[in-house]
Design a protein around this ligand. Structure first.
Ligand SMILES: [Zn+2]
Length: 284
Protein backbone atom coordinates (compact mmCIF):
# COMPACT_ATOMS: atom_id res chain seq x y z
CA UNK A 1 0.00 0.00 0.00
CA UNK A 2 1.31 3.40 -0.95
CA UNK A 3 1.63 5.81 1.97
CA UNK A 4 -0.67 8.79 1.50
CA UNK A 5 -1.07 11.89 3.66
CA UNK A 6 -4.29 13.93 3.45
CA UNK A 7 -5.14 17.25 5.09
CA UNK A 8 -8.75 18.39 4.88
CA UNK A 9 -10.44 21.71 5.44
CA UNK A 10 -14.10 22.02 6.43
CA UNK A 11 -14.92 23.94 3.27
CA UNK A 12 -15.67 22.49 -0.16
CA UNK A 13 -12.98 23.00 -2.72
CA UNK A 14 -10.43 21.32 -4.94
CA UNK A 15 -8.86 18.07 -3.90
CA UNK A 16 -5.22 18.40 -4.87
CA UNK A 17 -2.86 15.45 -5.03
CA UNK A 18 0.94 15.70 -5.24
CA UNK A 19 2.98 12.69 -6.40
CA UNK A 20 6.69 12.07 -5.77
CA UNK A 21 9.13 9.41 -7.00
CA UNK A 22 7.05 7.86 -9.76
CA UNK A 23 10.63 7.15 -10.88
CA UNK A 24 12.65 5.80 -7.97
CA UNK A 25 15.83 7.74 -8.67
CA UNK A 26 14.10 11.15 -8.65
CA UNK A 27 14.00 12.08 -4.96
CA UNK A 28 13.23 15.82 -5.17
CA UNK A 29 9.45 15.45 -5.10
CA UNK A 30 9.55 13.08 -2.12
CA UNK A 31 11.85 15.32 -0.09
CA UNK A 32 9.87 18.46 -0.85
CA UNK A 33 6.63 16.65 -0.01
CA UNK A 34 8.00 15.49 3.36
CA UNK A 35 8.88 19.10 4.21
CA UNK A 36 5.38 20.31 3.36
CA UNK A 37 3.68 17.36 5.10
CA UNK A 38 5.60 18.26 8.26
CA UNK A 39 4.21 21.80 8.09
CA UNK A 40 0.64 20.55 7.65
CA UNK A 41 1.05 17.88 10.34
CA UNK A 42 2.32 20.43 12.87
CA UNK A 43 -0.53 22.82 11.92
CA UNK A 44 1.91 25.58 10.98
CA UNK A 45 -0.04 25.66 7.71
CA UNK A 46 -3.54 24.35 6.98
CA UNK A 47 -5.86 24.18 3.98
CA UNK A 48 -8.39 27.05 3.85
CA UNK A 49 -10.62 25.11 1.47
CA UNK A 50 -10.74 21.72 -0.22
CA UNK A 51 -8.09 19.17 0.65
CA UNK A 52 -4.45 18.43 -0.01
CA UNK A 53 -3.02 14.94 -0.39
CA UNK A 54 0.51 13.71 -0.88
CA UNK A 55 1.96 10.41 -1.99
CA UNK A 56 5.66 11.11 -1.44
CA UNK A 57 6.97 7.81 -2.81
CA UNK A 58 4.98 6.27 -5.67
CA UNK A 59 7.55 3.58 -6.49
CA UNK A 60 8.81 2.47 -3.04
CA UNK A 61 11.04 -0.42 -4.10
CA UNK A 62 12.76 1.56 -6.86
CA UNK A 63 13.11 4.51 -4.47
CA UNK A 64 14.75 2.29 -1.87
CA UNK A 65 17.24 1.06 -4.47
CA UNK A 66 17.65 4.51 -6.05
CA UNK A 67 16.81 3.20 -9.52
CA UNK A 68 14.27 4.45 -12.07
CA UNK A 69 12.06 1.36 -12.09
CA UNK A 70 11.87 -2.28 -11.06
CA UNK A 71 10.17 -4.00 -14.03
CA UNK A 72 9.01 -1.19 -16.31
CA UNK A 73 8.56 2.57 -16.61
CA UNK A 74 5.68 3.36 -14.25
CA UNK A 75 4.92 6.60 -16.08
CA UNK A 76 3.98 4.71 -19.27
CA UNK A 77 1.65 2.11 -17.73
CA UNK A 78 -0.74 3.92 -15.37
CA UNK A 79 -4.13 2.39 -16.12
CA UNK A 80 -6.33 -0.22 -14.42
CA UNK A 81 -5.23 -3.89 -14.58
CA UNK A 82 -7.58 -6.75 -13.75
CA UNK A 83 -4.58 -8.99 -13.16
CA UNK A 84 -1.48 -6.89 -12.57
CA UNK A 85 1.69 -8.78 -13.52
CA UNK A 86 4.68 -6.55 -12.86
CA UNK A 87 5.62 -4.61 -9.73
CA UNK A 88 4.79 -1.33 -11.46
CA UNK A 89 1.38 -2.63 -12.63
CA UNK A 90 0.47 -3.23 -8.98
CA UNK A 91 1.47 0.35 -8.21
CA UNK A 92 -0.52 1.57 -11.23
CA UNK A 93 -3.70 -0.04 -9.90
CA UNK A 94 -3.34 1.94 -6.66
CA UNK A 95 -2.36 5.16 -8.41
CA UNK A 96 -5.41 5.02 -10.70
CA UNK A 97 -7.60 4.98 -7.57
CA UNK A 98 -5.83 8.00 -6.09
CA UNK A 99 -5.67 10.00 -9.33
CA UNK A 100 -9.32 9.37 -10.19
CA UNK A 101 -10.46 10.55 -6.75
CA UNK A 102 -8.57 13.89 -6.91
CA UNK A 103 -9.38 17.02 -8.95
CA UNK A 104 -5.87 18.27 -9.59
CA UNK A 105 -2.72 16.14 -9.78
CA UNK A 106 0.80 17.54 -9.69
CA UNK A 107 3.44 14.93 -10.54
CA UNK A 108 6.97 15.88 -9.44
CA UNK A 109 9.98 14.54 -11.37
CA UNK A 110 13.63 15.33 -12.02
CA UNK A 111 15.93 14.46 -14.92
CA UNK A 112 19.26 12.69 -15.36
CA UNK A 113 20.86 15.60 -17.23
CA UNK A 114 23.20 17.65 -15.01
CA UNK A 115 22.32 21.38 -14.82
CA UNK A 116 18.92 20.64 -16.38
CA UNK A 117 16.59 23.63 -16.37
CA UNK A 118 13.21 22.94 -14.71
CA UNK A 119 10.19 22.78 -16.99
CA UNK A 120 6.53 21.84 -16.91
CA UNK A 121 4.75 19.29 -19.09
CA UNK A 122 1.19 20.49 -19.65
CA UNK A 123 -0.13 17.60 -21.71
CA UNK A 124 -3.84 18.40 -21.53
CA UNK A 125 -3.92 22.12 -20.83
CA UNK A 126 -7.17 23.49 -19.43
CA UNK A 127 -7.98 26.70 -17.56
CA UNK A 128 -6.93 25.30 -14.22
CA UNK A 129 -3.70 23.79 -15.56
CA UNK A 130 -2.83 27.12 -17.20
CA UNK A 131 -3.56 28.98 -13.95
CA UNK A 132 -1.34 26.70 -11.89
CA UNK A 133 1.46 26.70 -14.49
CA UNK A 134 1.35 30.51 -14.63
CA UNK A 135 1.91 30.68 -10.86
CA UNK A 136 5.24 28.84 -11.07
CA UNK A 137 8.75 30.26 -11.20
CA UNK A 138 9.49 27.98 -14.12
CA UNK A 139 10.36 29.40 -17.51
CA UNK A 140 9.37 26.63 -19.90
CA UNK A 141 6.04 24.90 -20.40
CA UNK A 142 6.09 22.06 -22.90
CA UNK A 143 2.86 21.13 -24.63
CA UNK A 144 1.82 18.67 -27.31
CA UNK A 145 3.14 15.38 -25.90
CA UNK A 146 -0.14 13.42 -26.47
CA UNK A 147 -0.32 14.54 -30.11
CA UNK A 148 3.23 13.30 -30.65
CA UNK A 149 2.35 9.95 -29.16
CA UNK A 150 -0.85 9.67 -31.20
CA UNK A 151 1.41 9.66 -34.29
CA UNK A 152 3.45 6.76 -32.89
CA UNK A 153 0.91 4.12 -32.02
CA UNK A 154 3.64 1.61 -31.21
CA UNK A 155 4.60 3.59 -28.12
CA UNK A 156 2.09 3.64 -25.29
CA UNK A 157 1.67 6.63 -23.06
CA UNK A 158 -0.27 5.72 -19.95
CA UNK A 159 1.33 8.53 -17.94
CA UNK A 160 -0.05 10.22 -14.84
CA UNK A 161 -1.26 13.03 -17.13
CA UNK A 162 -2.98 10.60 -19.46
CA UNK A 163 -4.64 8.81 -16.54
CA UNK A 164 -5.82 12.11 -15.05
CA UNK A 165 -7.20 13.20 -18.42
CA UNK A 166 -9.09 9.91 -18.81
CA UNK A 167 -10.96 10.70 -15.59
CA UNK A 168 -11.51 14.35 -16.51
CA UNK A 169 -8.92 15.64 -14.03
CA UNK A 170 -6.32 18.37 -14.34
CA UNK A 171 -2.66 17.35 -14.23
CA UNK A 172 0.75 18.93 -14.60
CA UNK A 173 4.05 17.06 -14.61
CA UNK A 174 6.95 19.14 -13.37
CA UNK A 175 10.58 18.32 -14.12
CA UNK A 176 12.34 20.07 -11.24
CA UNK A 177 15.95 19.89 -12.49
CA UNK A 178 18.81 17.44 -12.14
CA UNK A 179 18.22 14.30 -10.04
CA UNK A 180 21.20 14.96 -7.76
CA UNK A 181 20.92 18.75 -7.51
CA UNK A 182 19.63 19.92 -4.09
CA UNK A 183 18.08 22.87 -5.95
CA UNK A 184 15.59 20.45 -7.48
CA UNK A 185 14.16 19.92 -3.97
CA UNK A 186 13.76 23.69 -3.61
CA UNK A 187 12.05 23.85 -6.99
CA UNK A 188 9.67 21.02 -6.07
CA UNK A 189 8.92 22.72 -2.76
CA UNK A 190 8.05 26.00 -4.48
CA UNK A 191 5.88 24.15 -7.00
CA UNK A 192 3.83 22.68 -4.15
CA UNK A 193 3.50 25.99 -2.30
CA UNK A 194 2.80 28.10 -5.41
CA UNK A 195 0.16 25.59 -6.54
CA UNK A 196 -1.66 25.76 -3.19
CA UNK A 197 -1.34 29.56 -3.02
CA UNK A 198 -2.63 30.03 -6.57
CA UNK A 199 -5.68 27.90 -5.77
CA UNK A 200 -6.43 29.78 -2.54
CA UNK A 201 -5.86 26.64 -0.49
CA UNK A 202 -3.09 28.39 1.42
CA UNK A 203 -3.24 32.01 2.48
CA UNK A 204 -1.00 34.41 0.59
CA UNK A 205 0.19 34.96 -2.95
CA UNK A 206 2.41 32.85 -5.17
CA UNK A 207 5.91 34.20 -5.74
CA UNK A 208 6.14 36.56 -8.72
CA UNK A 209 6.43 34.27 -11.70
CA UNK A 210 9.14 34.61 -14.33
CA UNK A 211 8.44 35.26 -17.99
CA UNK A 212 7.25 31.96 -19.39
CA UNK A 213 7.61 30.32 -22.78
CA UNK A 214 5.28 27.72 -24.23
CA UNK A 215 7.11 25.18 -26.35
CA UNK A 216 4.96 23.03 -28.63
CA UNK A 217 6.38 19.60 -29.45
CA UNK A 218 6.46 19.03 -33.22
CA UNK A 219 8.06 15.68 -33.76
CA UNK A 220 9.57 12.67 -32.07
CA UNK A 221 12.66 11.24 -33.73
CA UNK A 222 13.17 7.52 -33.26
CA UNK A 223 16.69 6.21 -33.71
CA UNK A 224 16.06 3.90 -36.68
CA UNK A 225 19.60 2.53 -37.06
CA UNK A 226 22.94 2.95 -35.33
CA UNK A 227 24.28 6.46 -35.34
CA UNK A 228 25.06 9.40 -33.09
CA UNK A 229 23.99 12.93 -32.30
CA UNK A 230 26.18 15.51 -34.06
CA UNK A 231 27.12 17.21 -30.79
CA UNK A 232 26.24 17.25 -27.12
CA UNK A 233 22.71 18.61 -26.94
CA UNK A 234 20.80 19.75 -23.87
CA UNK A 235 17.08 19.96 -23.34
CA UNK A 236 15.75 23.30 -24.66
CA UNK A 237 18.87 24.09 -26.76
CA UNK A 238 17.98 26.24 -29.76
CA UNK A 239 18.65 24.55 -33.11
CA UNK A 240 18.89 26.39 -36.42
CA UNK A 241 17.13 25.35 -39.61
CA UNK A 242 19.57 23.30 -41.71
CA UNK A 243 21.73 22.30 -38.75
CA UNK A 244 22.79 18.64 -38.72
CA UNK A 245 21.37 17.05 -35.60
CA UNK A 246 22.26 13.40 -36.01
CA UNK A 247 24.35 11.21 -38.26
CA UNK A 248 23.57 7.59 -39.05
CA UNK A 249 26.25 4.99 -39.71
CA UNK A 250 25.16 4.69 -43.37
CA UNK A 251 26.07 8.33 -43.87
CA UNK A 252 22.55 9.76 -43.90
CA UNK A 253 21.75 12.45 -41.39
CA UNK A 254 18.88 14.24 -39.68
CA UNK A 255 18.74 17.91 -40.57
CA UNK A 256 16.74 20.42 -38.55
CA UNK A 257 13.70 21.32 -40.72
CA UNK A 258 13.03 24.72 -39.11
CA UNK A 259 14.34 26.80 -36.22
CA UNK A 260 13.49 24.61 -33.25
CA UNK A 261 14.08 23.74 -29.64
CA UNK A 262 15.82 20.45 -28.87
CA UNK A 263 13.73 18.51 -26.38
CA UNK A 264 14.71 15.56 -24.19
CA UNK A 265 17.76 14.39 -26.18
CA UNK A 266 19.02 10.92 -25.28
CA UNK A 267 22.60 10.65 -26.52
CA UNK A 268 22.76 6.97 -25.53
CA UNK A 269 19.42 5.91 -27.08
CA UNK A 270 19.35 2.38 -28.46
CA UNK A 271 18.13 1.57 -31.98
CA UNK A 272 14.32 1.86 -32.21
CA UNK A 273 14.22 4.00 -29.06
CA UNK A 274 13.11 7.60 -28.65
CA UNK A 275 16.14 9.73 -29.57
CA UNK A 276 15.00 13.33 -29.27
CA UNK A 277 12.09 15.67 -29.97
CA UNK A 278 11.93 19.02 -31.73
CA UNK A 279 9.53 21.77 -30.76
CA UNK A 280 8.81 25.39 -31.53
CA UNK A 281 8.02 28.47 -29.48
CA UNK A 282 4.34 29.35 -29.36
CA UNK A 283 3.74 33.03 -29.93
CA UNK A 284 2.00 34.35 -26.86
ZN1 LIG B 1 10.66 11.00 -13.97
Amino acid sequence: MLKKYTFNSDINGYQVLFLGAIHGNEPCGSQAIFKVVEKFASHSIFPLQGSVSFIPICNPLAFERNIRQIDENLNRIIRPYALPQTYEQHLAVELVEHISSADIIIDLHSTSAPAAEPFIFSDYPDKLADQIAAAQNIKYIIKGWPQIYADHNTIQDFSTGNCAHTYGKTCLTVECGYNLDPLSIQTAYHVIMNTLLSLGILEGYPSLPVKQYNIIMDKLYIKTQSGRLSQEFHNLDKIKQGQTIAIYQDGTSIICPQDSYMLLPKADAKVNDEWFYLGHLQNN
